[in-house]
Design a protein around this ligand. Structure first.
Ligand code: ADP
Ligand code: ADP
Length: 236
């Protein structure tokens, strides 16, 4: 079975069909881009997958398990990592401390006062930082990082619960072209090495065509095309 299986996913707001009867699957190790114009239903779709929005109808299965209607926290615990459009790191803490906090929150210690993280999970924190090429910046304050480095840290934070599925909300927004390619190449390498499935929303078509294994095109809540990049490009 596929890592992620979605059948008939549907959500309306009043009379507006934000997402209508969307079905797709995502295999382990693959990268799937969710694209479409503003208002197409990308965020609604994304937020149903991570548990922030409850679908009206449809089924979501992650690694064979029905996650439809579960809370974000429950879905996260089942091995779904996510990155945010607006970066959510603690600026006054170091890169390593941010990583430690992420690892602690996986172990239910959700409130971590500044300085408290000192002793915990240093080895695992540094291993994840090395994975994303941030090991040499472990002692720097997050607030001083270049934006591209902050995004790489966020990727490492999203991997703290050793997810099988990674959801990325506009991962390259606000980045320079070179940084975009670097982040997506890094994501692809990690997906391959760790057998992770990645689903991301994206505006930049260069990024999508260069880095997605499959593309889904939403319009007015409906899936109007899906396939490998070459297919979608020809259909468009
Ligand atoms: P996208 O992320 O592709 O821009 P959205 O999922 O944000 O699209 O929105 C899809 C449609 O649902 C739009 O018509 C939007 O106005 C509507 N919508 C989204 N969220 C809400 C909400 N909380 N209340 C009412 N309408 C909403
Ligand atoms: P709830 O109120 O449902 O218990 P939480 O406040 O525990 O949710 O979590 C809020 C959100 O942050 C959820 O979407 C959860 O999946 C996410 N989350 C919690 N810890 C982390 C973390 N270390 N890394 C990424 N996301 C996290």
């Amino acid at each position: 079975t596929a890592l992620l299986e979605v059948e008939g996913l549907t959500k309306s707001y009043g009379g507006v069909h934000a997402v209508r009867d969307v079905s797709f699957a995502l295999e382990t190790g693959k990268i799937l881009a969710l694209i479409g114009p503003n208002g197409a239903g990308k965020s609604t779709c994304f937020n149903m997958l991570n548990g922030q929005i409850r679908p009206d109808r449809g089924v979501i299965r992650i690694a064979g398990r029905n996650t439809t209607g579960l809370s974000p926290r429950a879905i996260w615990r089942l091995g779904v990592g996510r990155t945010f459009q607006i970066t959510a790191t603690f600026n006054s803490m170091t890169v390593r401390e941010n990583m430690q906090v992420a690892l602690l929150s996986h172990h239910r210690e959700l409130f971590v006062p500044r300085g408290f993280a000192g002793r915990f999970h240093v080895g695992r924190a540094d291993a994840l930082l090395d994975l994303v090429g941030m090991g040499h910046q472990a002692e720097r304050a997050c607030g001083e990082l270049a934006y591209g480095d902050l995004k790489r840290l966020e990727l490492a934070v999203a991997l703290a619960n050793e997810p099988k599925l990674l959801l990325m909300d506009e991962p390259t927004a606000g980045m320079a072209p070179k940084e975009r390619a670097d982040l997506m190449n890094l994501t692809a390498r990690i997906a391959r090495e760790r057998g992770l499935g990645v689903l991301f929303t994206e505006h930049d078509m260069d990024v999508v065509f260069a880095h997605a294994d499959r593309i889904m095109v939403l319009n007015r809540g409906e899936l109007i095309a899906q396939g490998v990049p070459q297919q979608v490009r020809n259909d468009a």
